[in-house]
Design a protein around this ligand. Structure first.
Ligand SMILES: [Zn+2]
Length: 251
């Protein structure tokens, strides 16, 4: 039996509920949704905050990293006192202060294929907030195999990148994008990152996740969206599936 909103929740989410495309039904879908957020860095902080305060009922955060002082400008859930703590645990404390009834689970390790498969299986949507190509490929392969929607985000320097993969839609998966655009592996440690670019990208991931979970509007599946913070321009590429992709094409 799905949960229904309490009176207090209906008051809190009133500005969502008055949107005819969202409505009470959308808010209750969010309340009953299970959201898997992989990576609790800058993207994961913004996504987790917006999904939690926006009304998602269950959130799982996975990350094996600890908070460091140079994270604080863009990892907006953390305070200087959190330095040295596990990012998952520090984020959970802050999120529970924001929305005490949200069920927040922590996975404080980098999931291997088995653990990741179990996590993906038991959630409704996967949000990739990791910072390396190997994790992105692993997450794409497992999400696609298990038929779960995947919202990928990345941010580096002044650039944000967004892609949504919907298994079964005949649209490209993340591997198709990665091969066509030959994504380079750069870390923010070496290349740098402007903090608002992370929040812009993470906020877009949260918006797309809400769209998948509640069904409003037109979902930009199979499109690569790039934000350039130097010119303040967005670019959109419709990415056809690669005929030989071993993830999304029939063998
Ligand atoms: Zn593919």
């Amino acid at each position: 039996m799905p949960d229904t909103l309490t009176h207090t929740q209906a008051m809190r989410y009133n500005r969502h509920i008055v949107l005819p495309q969202f409505d009470l039904e959308g808010q209750e879908k969010l309340l009953n949704s299970k959201v898997l957020i992989l990576g609790a860095g800058g993207l994961g902080n913004t996504v987790a905050q917006l999904m939690c305060t926006g009304g998602a009922g269950t959130i799982t955060l996975a990350d094996d990293d600890r908070v460091e002082a140079h994270n604080l400008p863009r990892q907006i859930l953390f305070t200087p006192e959190d330095c040295g703590k596990l990012k998952t645990e520090a984020a959970r404390q802050r999120l529970l202060a924001l929305v005490p009834e949200c069920a927040i689970h922590c996975v404080s390790e980098r999931p291997d294929d088995n653990l990741l498969s179990r996590l993906v299986e038991s959630h409704d949507i996967v949000i990739d907030c990791t910072d390396n190509l190997a994790s992105r490929k692993q997450i794409n392969a497992i999400s696609y195999r298990l038929g779960k929607p995947l919202v990928s985000g990345a941010a580096i320097r002044f650039e944000g990148q967004l892609f949504i993969s919907m298994p079964g839609s005949n649209k490209a998966c993340y591997q198709c994008v990665e091969k066509r655009f030959s994504m380079t592996e750069l870390s923010c440690n070496e290349a740098g990152i402007l903090s608002p670019v992370v929040s812009i990208t993470g906020a877009c991931q949260a918006q797309l996740a809400m769209q998948v979970l509640t069904g409003f509007g037109t979902l930009p599946a199979g499109e690569l969206h790039l934000f350039d913070g130097l010119t303040f321009q967005w670019q959109k590429f419709t990415v056809p599936p690669l005929p030989d992709c071993d993830i999304c094409q029939p063998k």
